[in-house]
Design a protein. Structure first.
Length: 331
């Protein structure tokens, strides 16, 4: 039986000093900062749990030329809001802050709003702090039956589910997923539970076993042809490997985020008429529903928990060979 802790009731005073993670170049520090004041339409949130993902690590390596307060995977408590009904709720939140008025936003694609900011990535302070802000429109309440440690996976599970919004994968189709890191394991599980027959290519038997719990099978051959291939290696050479595993007129989904430029010989892509699909953030609602179903094997993916004040050590652990999800807690 899983016991889910109730959201703590917390109060922060304006002007109170809180701690926040700061990323400058490759250096991770923890600083004192003031409690932020939420603009109209925003909520003030207090972190309960944060998750370090590969994008955070790539920011440290120079992705986006980032400098500031990182963090976009989180579960938090609403402690101040213009809509009182939200106060005290345990929430996750969409990371893209869109304008709400452009053509992209009117089409329901605020994730591509040209003037958007992105929590902890582009021009909006992230969630790795005792308190931070996010628009109320971005928030989703975490169901009471969902453990906090599971809910912190909402953003990456949404990224995995995004593939199904972009590509029509028929039930029973074979899909190759390259990469047994955090995102690769989630993608493999999501597609397997969707009804695909997923073959996962990775290097770590203990990680492969996590996806095997939902029926995902290993694949070893780099030349095995598939109609659908997902590159989640997080490496510069992952794309070339994925191209080699894609059948003529197959579909290759690109999920790797890397700071360095990736070069590729396009001949095989052109000659084999391969469709390339870039894929990033996804809708949170189906992700949270899938997490609530309990069908994802998430607990073994958590390798460590660190208090927020020990963020430098947490980042170092997350970058260690073989590490999966490292969590930050506010306590």
């Amino acid at each position: 039986m899983v016991v889910v802790e109730p959201p703590p009731q917390s109060f922060l005073r304006r002007g109170e000093r809180v701690i926040a993670v700061h990323l400058e170049g490759s250096i991770v520090t923890v600083r004192d900062t003031a409690v932020p004041e939420p603009p109209p339409g925003y909520a003030l949130l207090r972190l309960i749990r944060g998750g370090i993902c590969n994008t955070d690590l790539e920011l440290r390596r120079g992705y986006y030329g980032f400098s500031g307060q990182p963090g976009h995977e989180f579960v938090a408590e609403v402690i101040e809001c213009g809509e009182p009904g939200w106060i005290g709720r345990r929430v996750v939140g969409e990371i893209n802050l869109a304008c709400g008025t452009c053509d992209w936003c009117h089409r329901g694609l605020g994730r591509h709003c040209p003037s958007r900011t992105v929590l902890g990535i582009v021009k909006h302070p992230g969630a790795f702090a005792e308190s931070f802000t996010l628009p109320v429109a971005n928030l989703l309440e975490v169901p009471g039956r969902v453990p906090t440690d599971a809910a912190v996976f909402t953003e990456p599970v949404a990224a995995a589910c995004e593939i199904l919004d972009q590509v029509s994968i028929p039930p029973g189709a074979e899909v190759a997923v390259l990469g047994d890191g955090k995102l690769g394991l989630l993608i493999a599980q999501v597609l397997q539970l969707h009804g695909a027959r997923v073959k996962l290519r990775g290097r770590h038997p203990e990680k492969m076993a996590i996806a095997a719990a939902v029926g995902v099978e290993p694949v070893q051959s780099a030349g095995a042809p598939f109609d659908y291939v997902v590159d989640a290696t997080g490496s510069e050479d992952g794309l070339a490997q994925a191209v080699a595993m894609t059948r003529p007129r197959g579909t290759l989904v690109l999920k790797s985020t890397v700071a360095r430029r990736v070069s590729i010989d396009t001949a095989a892509i052109i000659v084999n008429e391969i469709t390339l699909v870039g894929s990033r953030c996804g809708r949170f609602e189906p992700a949270l529903d899938l997490i609530a179903s309990g069908r994802l094997n998430l607990e073994p993916m958590i390798h460590a928990r660190y208090p927020l004040r020990d963020a430098p050590a947490a980042f170092a652990h997350a970058e260690a060979k073989g590490a999966l999800k490292v969590l930050l807690t506010r306590d």
